[in-house]
Design a protein around this ligand. Structure first.
Ligand code: NOJ
Length: 562
């Protein structure tokens, strides 16, 4: 008998970055009651799942990705009661809450770390990765992802601890059984509250090569790149299977692993249901295409051909093996309309095109707050208006290396994470808080805001709403095969989805030029097609040709075999 289809295959996830979503008490920081107050908005959009970025107690060195206590809610966000109410309110609207599981590291203020550093004999010593230095040097040459070395010397015991992120985010030692059991108990605690699953922060970093060898040095002034020794490390599959067996298999939940550096080969293992690891992963490959090979700040123009080839590879690799996640945005990425679209005259139309292009692929789509409004990147004049630790550390390091202020700022404008973290735009004058927001609002709230979007039936919001509905109704979106057409076309991203009964053609123009599409090249069934969704009135058919206008996008469904 065919197994029942998992519920998360036909649902769409909406990511909330709580700090920037909605503030209910005027302190300038978003909170749980704020989210509760916007539940009907999310229901209207039609999403079935919320991924909540961390809401746990944290000193906020990295906005909650540095957890001090896994089982307490961050005071600024509310209380456990608020959290329980949120689950309940969501449930009433058929929405499940997926929590962020940040277990590659904790905060250095977590009780385990406080204990661990206190003495070499502490019972918690092995919860973290401690090593002696090499003379006056750290144990190896690895650099931190947030700049500087990946090791911090702790004078208390005269040894170093590993931190792949900030020095306030020490890495946990997954080799240690008691630590793993504590994590599994903590996961159970949240699952018992009725949550709908976990998004697992850099989960493919948790198994390090125990020898911790030096990494390759890519540029003169740089540190060693340790990624070969901690990404998809030696015991990663063992740990994920143990987590599955001890915790996840007992619940019907969604799991998505954030996995930088995972190839399609890795993903086939991680997401094949037979292996019982995770349901899907976040790949970074398509997000790295507009950067140079060694770092994201080295900004390059996107080549559409490379993007198409990459998405094609993922579509094929996981078809009928595992499952894809589909995303353009999250709290770490710049706003896609400013990045792969056009955020001036073509903002609305290009935002809709990007939505259609992504949501017609096979996988589970993720919408990041504000994406459904076409929110854009920001350019703050002064560095002091930026909040993100990655950005601030990088700026300092590059200035020390003699790189010009203007050069660094242009990278920040293109790639900085604060682009995604400005407050959600609810009304024409903001509507996020009655106080002073923790980070500046974008200046374009007068024409980009939820109130206007809802009042306008042709807004980007309704394109997303329609896409979510289409996925619920048409099995071809979930199950159909994928075929890329015109792979080398520099502006058009054209693909087909197919089942035995149907064939859908998806046409997207990634350029402000009008492009001609010759029908014959699409090898379509000889039937009349139905337009399922479009971002212009209706496609401009001219005999054997379609004129695909700037950033135009449409989907035509054909029946097969008739
Ligand atoms: C990935 C998260 O998405 C990012 O925001 C965070 O800074 C790092 N992991 C470290 O937790």
């Amino acid at each position: 008998m065919k197994e029942m289809e998992p519920w998360w295959k036909r649902s769409v996830v909406y990511q909330i970055y709580p700090r920037s979503f909605m503030d209910s008490n005027g302190d300038g920081v978003g909170d749980l009651q704020g989210i509760i107050s916007k539940m009907d908005y999310l229901k209207k959009l039609g999403i079935g799942i919320i991924w909540l970025s961390p809401v746990y107690d944290s000193p906020n060195d990295d906005n909650g990705y540095d957890i001090r206590d896994y089982q307490t809610i961050m005071q600024e966000f509310g209380t456990m009661q608020d959290f329980e109410q949120l689950i309940e309110e969501a449930k009433q609207r058929d929405i499940r809450i997926v929590m962020d599981l940040v277990v590659n590291h904790t905060s250095d203020e977590h009780a385990w770390f406080v204990e661990s550093r206190s003495s070499k004999d502490s019972n918690y010593r092995d919860y973290y990765i401690w090593r002696d230095g090499k003379g006056a040097q750290p144990p190896n040459n690895w650099g931190s992802i947030f700049s500087g070395p990946a090791w911090e010397k702790d004078e208390l015991t005269d040894s170093y601890y590993l931190h792949l992120f900030s020095k306030k985010q020490p890495d946990l030692n997954w080799e240690h059984g008691p630590l793993r059991n504590n994590i599994f108990d903590m996961m159970t605690f949240w699952l018992e509250k009725g949550i709908g699953g976990f998004r697992m922060d850099v989960i493919n970093f948790i198994s390090k090569d125990e020898k911790l060898p030096d990494g390759e040095i890519h540029h003169e002034q740089g540190y060693g790149d340790g990624s070969t020794y901690f990404m998809n490390g030696p015991k990663i599959h063992t740990y994920l299977r143990e987590m599955n067996e001890k915790v996840l298999s007992r619940y019907d939940v969604l799991t998505v692993g954030e996995m930088p550096g995972a190839s399609t080969e890795d993903a086939r293992i991680y997401t094949n249901p037979e292996n019982q690891e995770v349901n899907m992963i976040f790949t970074f490959e398509h997000m790295n295409l507009d950067s140079g090979p060694n770092e994201k700040w080295d900004v390059r123009p996107l080549e559409l051909v490379a993007l198409k080839r990459n998405l094609e590879k993922w579509q094929h690799a996981l078809h009928e093996v595992g499952w894809n996640s589909l995303y353009w945005n999250n709290h770490d990425q710049p706003r896609v309309v400013s990045r792969f679209g056009e955020d001036g005259a073509f903002r609305e139309v290009s935002a809709k095109m990007l939505a259609i292009c992504l949501h017609m692929l096979q996988g589970t789509p993720y919408i990041y707050q504000g994406e459904e409004l076409g929110m854009t990147n920001v350019k703050f004049d002064s560095l002091s208006e930026y909040r993100d630790i990655e950005t601030l550390n990088m700026y300092k390091e590059k200035r020390q290396q003699g790189i010009a202020h203007e050069t660094i700022m242009s990278s920040i404008y293109a790639k900085g994470r604060d682009n995604a973290r400005t407050p959600m735009q609810w009304t024409s004058n903001g509507g996020f808080t009655t106080g002073t927001p923790w980070i500046r609002m974008n200046t374009n709230t007068s024409f980009i805001n939820a109130e206007q979007a809802i009042a306008d039936p042709s807004s980007i919001f309704y394109t997303y709403q329609r896409l979510i509905q289409l996925r619920k109704i048409h099995a071809i979106i979930t199950h159909g095969s994928f075929q890329l057409l015109l792979p080398d076309h520099p502006d058009l991203f054209v693909y087909k989805r197919q089942t035995a009964e149907e064939e859908w053609l998806i046409v997207n123009n990634f350029s402000e030029k009008t492009n001609q599409l010759v029908w014959k090249e699409c090898n379509l069934p000889q039937t009349k097609g139905n337009i399922m969704i479009a971002n212009y009135d209706s496609p401009k058919l001219e005999g054997d040709m379609v004129e695909v206008r700037p950033y135009e996008s449409f989907v035509i469904a054909f029946e097969r075999g008739k």
